[in-house]
Design a protein around this ligand. Structure first.
Ligand SMILES: [Zn+2]
Ligand SMILES: [Zn+2]
Length: 300
């Protein structure tokens, strides 16, 4: 985050915002700047990437699904944007520790323990470490004593849109983001690579909510895509993973996506339409409140 902070200081904060007497490395100034940068950055990433995914990738036909809620898109965005500032508070504490030099982040490839191959290895280890941690944190959030208080809000959206990707209770959002933030305190990582990975995980989180269920068939068994995660939203106890199916397979929670077996949300919509049980004149972005008895998804 010090790279981002330096750019913000150079172009905006130092010339236009803070008095010249306030040094750039003042602790309070750094915390305030980190709060501003973190909130703005998260909102821009979420809304920008979410909108691209919503308009260009998300299949709007899914809004006809009986489990698609009234004004769902607006509700997802409102919930996410309300939670983000709360999530940013403990996150900024970690960013501050990082900026003050307590992490193992480094600036130059020369400082990598293994040179360029080290960068590649840290990319792989970042993905595996965060995938493993998120799996167990996510399973913990499904524990019956925890679920209702913190994780249920993310499961209101049974047919998620890309905007559901960051629509979490603040505690849930912080805990599931924690692996990304603690990784550089345990393992060496190049600062630029960290920023690239940070943007990548945001894109990935949006992509598993984008309703595009296609996965190259050779990767279906290995990669946890939108089809897998949609089954998590529909059936709860399966596919807790983030990027890979590895931990779901090891943890006995893997479920082959219903959308890839001719039994997914699109198949239900087609079936209901064929039976004349679905209104086709739905207002964009709005549910029609049309409840179908045939819908088979576990309620919690
Ligand atoms: Zn869940
Ligand atoms: Zn989700």
């Amino acid at each position: 985050m010090d790279l981002v902070l330096n750019v913000a200081d150079y172009y905006v904060f130092t010339p236009y915002v803070y008095p010249a007497s306030w040094p750039e490395d003042g602790a309070l100034r750094q915390i305030i700047s980190l709060l501003v940068v973190t909130n703005l950055g998260a909102a821009v990433l979420y809304l920008g990437l979410g909108a691209i995914s919503y308009y260009f990738i998300f299949d709007h036909n899914l809004m006809k699904h009986p489990h698609f809620l009234e004004n769902q898109v607006q509700r997802e965005i409102k919930y996410a944007l309300t939670s983000l500032p709360w999530i940013s508070l403990p996150t900024v504490a970690l960013f501050f520790a990082e900026v003050r030099g307590y992490s193992k982040l480094y600036d130059n490839v020369d400082e990598s323990p293994l040179g360029w191959p080290g960068l590649f290895l840290s990319m792989i280890s970042f993905l595996f470490f965060t995938d493993m941690c998120i799996y167990w944190i996510h399973r913990f959030l499904h524990h019956k004593l925890i679920y209702k208080s913190f994780h249920k809000p993310h499961h209101i959206w049974k047919i998620p849109t890309p905007f559901a990707s960051h629509a979490f209770h603040p505690v849930d959002g912080f805990l599931q983001g924690l692996p990304y933030h603690i990784y550089p305190f345990f393992f060496p990582l190049h600062k630029v690579l960290y920023l690239v990975l940070y943007v990548f995980v945001n894109i990935w989180t949006i992509s598993i909510h984008d309703g595009d269920y296609r996965v190259p068939s050779s990767l279906t068994a290995v990669v946890n895509g939108s089809a897998h995660h949609t089954d998590h939203h529909l059936f709860f106890d399966y596919n807790y993973g983030q990027y890979f199916t590895l931990w779901d397979r090891l943890g006995g929670s893997y479920r082959h996506p219903s959308a890839l077996m001719g039994n997914g949300p699109h198949d239900l919509i087609r079936k209901l339409q064929a039976e004349g049980k679905l209104r086709s004149d739905r207002v964009k972005g709005q549910g029609n409140g049309h409840v179908q008895k045939e819908v088979t998804c576990k309620e919690e």
